[in-house]
Ligand binder design. Structure first.
Ligand code: HEM
Length: 147
C-alpha cells in the first residue's frame, strides 16, 4: 500500500466516524427526543457528549492530518484554484473543513464553560450536518466534474 493510499484509507475511516456521528445526532437522536422523557434524554446527551469529547479529538487529528497529507500532492492545483475545477472544489472542501473545525472548537469551549445549551448544540449539529453534505459531495464530485 503506498503512502497516498494509506492516507486515503485513514481519511475515509475517520470521516466515517465523524460524519456518522453527526448524521446520527441529527437524523436519529433528534427524532428519538420526542419519545423519551426530557430528563432521560438529558442524561443520554450528557453521556454521549462525554464520550464524543474524548473520542473526537483523535478522530479529527487523523482526519485533518491525513487530509493535509493528501492535499499536499495537489498543492500546485490548489495554488491556482480559479484555473482548474479540481483545485477550486478541493479548496472549497478545505474551507468547509476548517469551518467544521471552528464549530468543534466553539462547541468544546462552550461545553467547558457550561454554556453548551441544548438549543445551541442542536444548531451546531444542524450546521455541521450541512457542512458534511457539502464536503462529501465535493470529495466525490471533484474527481468527476470539470469545466
Ligand atoms: C470535516 C473534515 C473532512 C471530512 C468529513 C472529509 C471527508 C472526505 C471524504 C468522505 C473523502 C472521500 C474519500 C474517498 O473517496 O475514499 C475525502 C477526500 C479527500 N479529502 Fe477530505 N475530509 C475532511 C477534511 C479534509 C481536509 C482538512 C483536507 C485537506 C487539508 C482534505 C483533503 C481531502 C483530499 C485531498 C481528498 C481526496 C482523496 C482521494 O480520493 O484521492 N479533507 N474527504
Amino acid at each position: 500500500m503506498n503512502h497516498y493510499t494509506l492516507l486515503l484509507v485513514l481519511h475515509l475511516f475517520a470521516a466515517f466516524v465523524f460524519v456518522g456521528t453527526v448524521f446520527f445526532e441529527v437524523l436519529i437522536l433528534e427524532n428519538a427526543r420526542k419519545h423519551v422523557p426530557r430528563n432521560a434524554m438529558h442524561q443520554i446527551e450528557v453521556a454521549i457528549g462525554k464520550r464524543a469529547s474524548r473520542l473526537m479529538p483523535w478522530v479529527l487529528l487523523v482526519l485533518y492530518t491525513s487530509g493535509l497529507g493528501m492535499a499536499w500532492q495537489y498543492r500546485n492545483l490548489l495554488a491556482h484554484p480559479l484555473d482548474n475545477s479540481f483545485g477550486l472544489m478541493l479548496l472549497i472542501k478545505i474551507v468547509l473543513a476548517l469551518s467544521v473545525f471552528g464549530h468543534f472548537v466553539t462547541a468544546m469551549t462552550l461545553r467547558r464553560k457550561g454554556r453548551l445549551f441544548p438549543s445551541v448544540s442542536r444548531r451546531i449539529h444542524l450546521s455541521l450536518f450541512c457542512h458534511m453534505v457539502g464536503i462529501v459531495l465535493l470529495a466525490k464530485l471533484m474527481f468527476r466534474l470539470s469545466w
